[in-house]
Design a binder for this molecule. Structure first.
Ligand SMILES: Nc1ncnc2c1ncn2[C@@H]1O[C@H](COP(=O)(O)OP(=O)(O)O)[C@@H](O)[C@H]1O
Ligand SMILES: [Mg+2]
Length: 380
């Protein structure tokens, strides 16, 4: 009799422990079930999603995992309702380890509104650090995405991104050319940095180009350069500049061409024939470069407010594979850049907040002049 009591006691303890251990699964599952049955959020076999636990994903996000046969699109449609259920903003809903796993990422902590640039953020090789994102550091890998496009409303932080990338390219001893037709000193520190090796009389010309004629000349020269490089790669039997430079031959220097407010050379109403020819030539050269320079280490980076088809030729745009897009209230504008509406979901008041690649990120802030860092806006 005693033995039975002891056994029953032990069983009760084990059952209690199991119950306690399962409680974190059972309680949310109950809420999910209630939600699923009332909103008919069920898979075709009539089952609600099965909760599989939560995990701190990083500083910003918590990941809830579900087992579910409900299609991902259906989850995405339910996002606003799910946010009410979880009492948290949802950053993203993604497919998990298998097709049947759905990961819901809840925002635990918002991204900072201001991250001053620091040279320790630099990346190795042909990679640029752009900012800090919900899913981790936002990095542009030029090798896999050869050319870039930064878009967004005026004052959103486009020039700042271009400047930060130019700064890194200069530190990597790349050859850098910046087309800046506004000439408001946006690149003055960057210009000073480059002067150290840029003005050595090696024929690269000045860092900043603000005259369309000079821009056209440089682009024409770059087309020749790109073709020459491609020829050399073919002879050497290599695919790109990295392989060529690793082969022990005299290395080619990567070349970054930044065009801030590119509409100023791509969307001009020419007043005479000479001007018409000039801008046609610029357009042609950019088009050719975008197409042929992918592997050659000549990288284009264009800034635009709204790169619609009448401003940016589709053929050029299709070759600008790396995309950064700031807030747009108009979904059509977001779609031009990202092929989705995500730029409309960015917080409009935050400067430097972009969809970078696939993820929302806060771009690093590198001021035009170092002395402006201290009085930078939003710093607290
Ligand atoms: N990454 C950033 N973080 C914080 N503030 C920024 C950032 N980028 C830009 N800003 C603020 O916004 C202003 C406009 O930035 P700018 O790069 O000139 O925008 P755009 O080129 O899109 O007009 C800057 O002077 C700065 O005050
Ligand atoms: Mg600007």
């Amino acid at each position: 009799m005693n033995d039975i009591l002891i056994l029953a006691g032990r069983l009760a303890v084990v059952a209690g422990a199991v119950l306690l251990l399962c409680l974190p699964l059972i309680i949310p599952q109950g809420r999910v079930n209630r939600f699923a049955w009332t909103t008919r959020f069920l898979s075709y076999d009539g089952k609600p999603p099965r909760y599989r636990g939560k995990k701190r994903f990083n500083q910003y996000l918590r990941r809830l995992r579900f087992h579910s046969r409900i299609p991902l699109e259906e989850w995405q449609r339910q996002k606003p309702t799910l946010e009410v259920l979880f009492k948290k903003k949802i950053y993203a809903i993604k497919e998990g380890k298998t097709v049947r796993d759905v990961d819901v990422f809840l925002v635990q902590e918002k991204l900072p509104k201001f991250i001053p640039w620091d040279d320790s953020y630099m990346e190795e090789g042909r990679r640029f650090a752009i900012g800090e994102g919900y899913m981790g550091k936002a990095v542009w890998d030029v090798k896999s995405l050869p050319h870039g496009l930064v878009a967004g409303a005026s004052g959103g932080g486009k020039t700042t991104i271009l400047r930060c990338i130019a700064h890194q390219a200069i530190a990597k001893k790349w050859n850098v050319s910046i087309f800046d037709f506004k000439g408001g000193g946006d690149f003055s520190d960057v210009e000073r940095e480059s002067a150290e090796y840029h003005d050595l009389g090696d024929g690269y010309g000045s860092l900043i180009i603000s005259d369309p004629k000079k821009a056209s000349q440089l682009l024409t020269a770059l087309v020749v350069e790109a073709r020459g490089r491609a020829e050399k790669f073919k002879e050497a039997g290599v695919r790109d500049i990295d392989e060529y430079n690793a082969s022990g031959k005299m290395p080619f220097v990567p070349w970054l061409v930044v065009v801030d407010e590119a509409a100023e050379i791509l969307d001009v109403k020419p007043t005479d024939k000479a001007e018409k020819e000039l801008y046609t030539e610029i357009n042609q050269s950019l088009r050719t470069l975008a197409r042929v320079s992918r592997a050659t280490g000549i990288t284009l980076l264009l800034g635009f407010i709204r790169p619609s088809a009448d401003v940016l030729d589709g053929q050029i745009k299709n070759n600008l594979l790396f995309r950064c897009c700031g807030y747009f209230s108009d979904p059509a504008a977001s779609r031009i850049v990202l092929d989705n509406d995500r730029a409309t979901e960015l917080p409009p008041e935050v400067k430097g907040r972009f969809i970078i690649g696939e993820e929302e990120a806060q771009a690093y802030y590198l001021p035009a002049r170092a002395e402006d860092q201290a009085k930078a806006p939003g710093r607290d």
